[in-house]
Write a protein that binds this ligand. Structure first.
Ligand SMILES: Nc1nc2c(ncn2[C@@H]2O[C@H](COP(=O)(O)OP(=O)(O)OP(=O)(O)O)[C@@H](O)[C@H]2O)c(=O)[nH]1
Ligand SMILES: [K+]
Ligand SMILES: [Mg+2]
Length: 439
């Protein structure tokens, strides 16, 4: 369906700012800019213009106008940007004046990016990279998102598709030459070599978790008995009063989460309810949440109270062995006996060493070395898993060459869906919905 609407939206943040950027895309862009700014500036040249209301002629603002004729634009359509004064009313006035023009309407969230996709300007993996870039909170996240937006996953997927196409060609040849058994068998052997090499590469990618972890943040849970000082530790690390601290056991019930940027690495640190036998209804629910969050954490810190050190963690706490930390060492004469990291959430003693340990473990979890991970979100994992299973079935198939070749088509389809070069309608909504208006 050809696009007929021209869309406009505030592309810069909401609220007061020095400058606001309005973005326009669609076939009516030329007409709208001419109506607002008097004449169209030279392409891609920032030009200072008075903007007036086309209906009344009254002055709306003065600002920079940029004209990007299609198809060499972000969306592939005619586009423009208006850099105007940042007050809410100013941008509202310019938008309202634009909306009085025929077939100009407000953009839906993600509509600029989705037009860029439809016009072949961006593949799906690049669109996801852009969405991640907008949401990135740390340097490492931004770097991964930008690499993906620039085509890292697209390039990998393109290479994988070429492998499958070669395997497909060989498998088809073996079907065509089924009269000459030697030729047919030889072609099938080569097809399987091709598929097997690719399956190995995909399996290696599926083993990496650092891409998804980096995108979502390295998850650390502070667990321990009541009053061990978990909330005090969260506050000490966050360097602000996030969680309530009190001498009363059972203070924390809900999960309390802070997002940290540790030298560019994203870490999500969660304080939890103290774990003990018994407890009332609310406290039990708190403990249930604590155990559940610990079960999918990348690291669990088990906090021990040096003045009351007997408690061991529950046997099934978290996926990996919890890392023991001994708190309140300011209260005891000798903390050196036990094999744990000694800290005081109160005085700050040992917090630096604990942070170093956390950074070391986060870096281990987020940077696997070698080629950057192809998978950064569950959607990629699902498609690559499906492609790998199809390749495995192809390799297992004996004799039935037609059935085997069908498995290669399935593998190709799943790899194609990574970049959106194949039937993706159902996933488009989910991806473009992540954007804000104006992107
Ligand atoms: N002396 C000393 N007291 C501490 C230290 N850390 C925490 N406390 C005190 O221990 C008590 C409990 O601290 P919280 O941080 O509330 O402990 P919690 O583990 O979050 O407790 P719950 O949420 O009830 O499970 C408070 O009175 C804190 O001031 C420490 O390092 N040294
Ligand atoms: K407490
Ligand atoms: Mg607490």
């Amino acid at each position: 369906m050809p696009t007929t609407d021209t869309i406009i939206a505030l592309a810069s943040g909401q609220g007061r700012a020095a400058i606001a950027v309005l973005r326009i895309s669609g076939p009516g862009t030329r007409d709208l800019v001419t109506a607002l700014a008097g004449a169209l500036p030279a392409p891609r040249r920032a030009t200072l213009r008075r903007l007036t209301d086309p209906a009344t002629g009254s002055l709306l603002d003065r600002g920079l106008v940029l004209w990007f004729p299609g198809p060499a634009s972000f969306t592939g359509e005619d586009m423009a940007e208006l850099h105007i004064h940042g007050g809410r009313a100013v941008s509202q006035n310019v938008v309202n004046a634009s909306l009085t023009r025929e077939s100009v309407r407000l953009a839906e969230p993600g509509e600029f990016a989705s037009r860029a996709f439809e016009n072949g300007k961006l593949d799906l993996s690049a669109v996801e990279g852009l969405a991640d870039l907008i949401n990135a909170e740390t340097a490492a996240q931004a770097n991964q998102a930008l690499t993906q937006a620039e085509g890292s996953l697209r390039d990998r997927a393109t290479g994988w598709r070429e492998h499958i196409l070669r395997a497909q060609a060989l498998a088809e040849a073996s079907i065509d030459f089924s009269d000459e058994e030697d030729v047919a068998d030889d072609a099938m052997v080569q097809a399987k070599q091709e598929a097997s090499a690719l399956l190995q590469e995909l399996t290696a990618e599926l083993q990496k978790r650092s891409g998804e972890r980096l995108r979502e943040g390295f998850r650390i849970v502070i667990a321990g008995p009541p009053n061990a000082g978990k909330s005090s530790l969260l506050n000490a690390i966050a360097a602000r009063d996030v969680a309530i601290v009190s001498a009363e056991a059972g203070t924390t019930r809900d999960l309390v989460e802070v997002h940290l940027d540790l030298d560019g690495l994203p870490v999500i640190l969660t304080d939890t309810a103290g774990l003990r036998e018994g407890g009332g209804e609310i406290e039990s629910e708190g403990m249930r949440r604590a155990l559940s969050r610990a079960s999918d954490a990348d690291l669990v810190l088990w906090l021990i109270d040096a003045t009351d050190p007997q408690t061991d963690p529950p046997a099934d706490l978290g996926k990996l062995a919890p890392f023991p930390v001994l708190n309140k060492i300011d209260q005891v004469a000798d903390a050196g006996a036990v094999e744990v990291l000694p800290i005081s959430a109160k005085t700050g003693a040992g917090i630096g060493s604990l942070l170093d340990e956390i950074k070391r473990r986060a870096a281990d979890g987020l940077e696997e070395g070698g080629e950057p991970p192809a998978i950064t979100r569950a959607r990629h994992r699902t498609e690559i898993e499906a492609a790998a299973s199809a390749l495995q079935r192809f390799l297992n198939e004996e004799g039935e060459h037609e059935l085997a070749a069908e498995e290669l088509r399935i593998a190709a389809r799943h790899i194609g869906r990574l970049t959106g070069h194949i039937d993706v309608e159902e996933i488009l909504g989910a991806i473009f919905g992540e954007f804000c208006i104006g992107k």
